[in-house]
Ligand binder design. Structure first.
Ligand code: NDP
Length: 250
């Protein structure tokens, strides 16, 4: 007996979906039958990812957008609507780091990280909320971080942006609650991707020393929880933040 695909007929827009955690989320949602709108800052890497999914008989299309720019987000959402006619699931995943101690952090480091991580989440949430409200249905999952809940030296900009994402999640969950749109966040800890591959050995050891499970997570560990928050199993869950961190923050 073939396994029931629980997201059949749904369209998922994943920002930063061409690589890392975003790509793993695309794979997980597509495995449950979702069609993919892969949004990334560079069209060619988004298109490479989409083409890879299409070879697996998954309906996937690539769209270029800089999430930090409202016009770019609106244009991407319009293009996805023209292509698929609906957006059921929005995963605000695109994110960057510019780590350094606050004494050395430039205004540019601060502004860029806030613009991509926090304003980017606002831009796409705003752009999809009209079609989702019209459909009276939708799920938004924001990728925050445990450091947005606990702070982390060297990440003033990043941790503040992710704390902002958590507050934005709660506010939008309240604003959209009666429209049957659930908004939740996940807070990954130390996940093995290109982003964490750039960390020094000392920073990596510091993370591992505070993880009770003594290992980093995989992008698939994050994707599994995002899938739960996109499925009907979480229909009465909104405004929540789920840590995915091997027990780092309890
Ligand atoms: P990656 O750097 O591997 O992937 C991020 C993706 O987002 C890339 O494809 C990148 O494109 C894209 N992107 C960056 N800036 C923009 C932009 N302005 N507009 C559109 N797309 C953009 O990161 P991860 O997969 O590790 O991280 C994904 C999310 O998970 C982020 O929000 C991150 O903060 C969060 N997270 C990650 C953790 C980890 O341990 N890895 C822990 C906690 C949270 P390009 O590479 O071409 O710039």
């Amino acid at each position: 007996m073939s396994k029931e695909k629980r997201l059949e007929g749904k369209v998922a827009l994943v920002t930063g979906g061409a690589r890392g955690i975003g790509k793993a989320i695309c794979a997980r949602l597509a495995a449950e039958g979702a069609k993919l709108a892969i949004v990334d800052i560079l069209l060619d890497i988004a298109e490479t990812a989409a083409a890879e999914f299409r070879t697996q008989d998954i309906e996937a299309a690539a769209f270029a957008a800089d999430v930090s720019k409202a016009e770019s987000a609106e244009a991407a959402v319009d293009a996805v609507m023209r292509k698929f006619g609906q957006i059921d699931l929005l995963i605000n995943n695109a994110g960057i780091t510019r780590d350094t101690l606050i004494m050395r952090m430039t205004e540019q480091d601060w502004d860029l990280v806030m613009a991509v991580n926090l304003k980017g989440t606002f831009n796409f949430t705003k752009a999809v909320c009209r079609p989702m409200m019209k459909a009276r249905s939708g799920k938004i999952v924001n990728i925050a971080s445990v450091v947005g809940r606990m702070g982390n030296p060297g990440q003033a900009n990043y941790s503040a942006s992710k704390a902002g994402v958590i507050a934005l999640t709660k506010t939008t969950a309240k604003e959209f609650a009666t429209r049957n749109i659930q908004v939740n966040a996940v807070a990954p800890g130390y996940i093995l991707t290109d982003m964490t591959g750039k960390l020094s050995e000392a920073a990596t050891d510091a993370f591992l020393s505070v993880i009770p499970m003594k290992r980093g997570g995989t992008p698939e560990d994050v994707a599994n929880v995002v899938y739960f928050l996109c499925s009907d199993d979480s229909n009465y869950v909104t405004g929540q933040v789920i840590n995915i961190d091997g027990g780092m923050l309890m």
